[in-house]
Design a protein around this ligand. Structure first.
Ligand code: SF4
Ligand code: ZN
Length: 329
């Protein structure tokens, strides 16, 4: 049982709706404070300093259980079809999240669909299989989605622009382990990391979606946002980085053969994906709506309607030139 004494508020938690394979699901999403990412070196990530102060595994478990109790007290967990769990790192890293807490999560999500995020090196077939056994109910398969921030299928971009610390092959191997255990796989792609032109970033996403399709059941496009205290922020402050145009985001979503979901965090602001500031106001809700319905008509209409800034975007696509970064020292 999850102890309900003194619940602690998680980093964030909310109820909403999500679309999974054409089905609209009532969801509860929680971002829990855990041990923090052991990698912690990605150039755009502002989360690696977010970690609890637990001195040992027992204290960490207690803190996580208290956060889950808060979610249970304050959000309609019982009515949710889908429970999504994130930490500032990997749910499957037992140093960040004690294994006993994984059992708590599966217990609370039994009969529902559970999704959690992890780096690929922590995906173990046996652990995933155990989770699935305790989740199984009447719901349609898969009952568990393992979400991985692949970011791009290009090893060069992942290494130099992101410094993610794992390879495309690592992702494919982890996806195979998850699939063999009976789970679904969700891939997060990062649109426009550092050091890419608008055109390179656009091409990187078009290609990544094509290439990841055989390995991922769900794909989410995350346009990069400039988070505080990151290397990306330093380049942005120097005028050496601009987040993607929303026109590029629309082009990626409309060019994909499958429904790719997208929640442009920070959209319309200088630190997030943005256009001129005016057309953003129509495009952002349309992208969020598209993620829920998969209906491309509204996105198509917005592209056809256009805006004066569309010509600026086309010019940037044609004329922007990459940094000349040496590959050796
Ligand atoms: S993006 Fe993920 S893997 Fe990279 S430092 Fe942040 S939490 Fe860790
Ligand atoms: Zn505009």
């Amino acid at each position: 049982m999850i102890p309900l004494a003194s619940p602690i508020k998680p980093v964030a938690a909310w109820a909403g709706t999500d679309q999974i394979r054409g089905r609209t699901l009532r969801s509860v999403t929680m971002i829990l404070l855990a041990g923090g990412c052991r990698w912690g070196r990605c150039r755009m990530c502002g989360y690696h300093h977010v970690r609890d102060s637990a001195v040992d595994e027992a204290a960490r478990l207690k803190s996580l259980q208290s956060q889950l109790a808060w979610v249970s007290d304050n959000l309609p967990l019982d009515k949710a079809d889908l429970i999504k769990v994130y930490t500032s790192g990997s749910v499957l890293d037992h140093c960040e999240v004690p294994t006993a807490f994984l059992e708590d999560l599966c217990r609370i999500a039994a009969g529902k669909t559970l999704l959690f995020e992890t780096r690929p090196e922590f995906v173990e077939e046996e652990v995933i299989g155990r989770c699935i056994d305790s989740l199984k109910g009447e719901q349609e398969d898969p009952v568990l989605y393992v979400a991985i921030g692949l970011e791009t299928t290009s090893d060069a971009v992942r290494d130099y622009s992101i410094r993610k610390g794992f390879s495309w092959a690592d992702f494919r191997d982890a996806a195979s382990r998850a699939h063999r255990a009976g789970a679904g796989v969700k891939a997060y792609l990062l649109h426009k990391p550092l050091f890419l032109t608008e055109r390179q970033a656009l091409d990187d996403m078009h290609r990544s979606i094509q290439e990841v399709l055989p390995y991922a059941d769900l794909i989410s496009l995350n346009p990069a946002t400039v988070q505080k205290g990151t290397e990306m922020e330093r380049f942005w402050r120097q005028g050496a980085y601009r987040p993607a145009y929303l026109w590029s985001v629309l082009s990626v979503l409309l060019g994909a053969q499958v429904n790719v979901t997208c929640d442009p965090v920070g959209g319309g602001h200088a630190r997030g994906p943005h256009n001129c500031g005016t057309c953003d106001r129509d495009i952002l809700p349309a992208i969020r709506d598209f993620s829920l319905t998969g209906d491309r008509a509204l996105l198509d209409a917005l592209v056809k309607r256009g805006c004066a800034c569309q010509r600026e975007w086309e010019f940037i696509l044609d004329e922007e030139r990459p940094f000349r970064m040496p590959l050796t020292r």
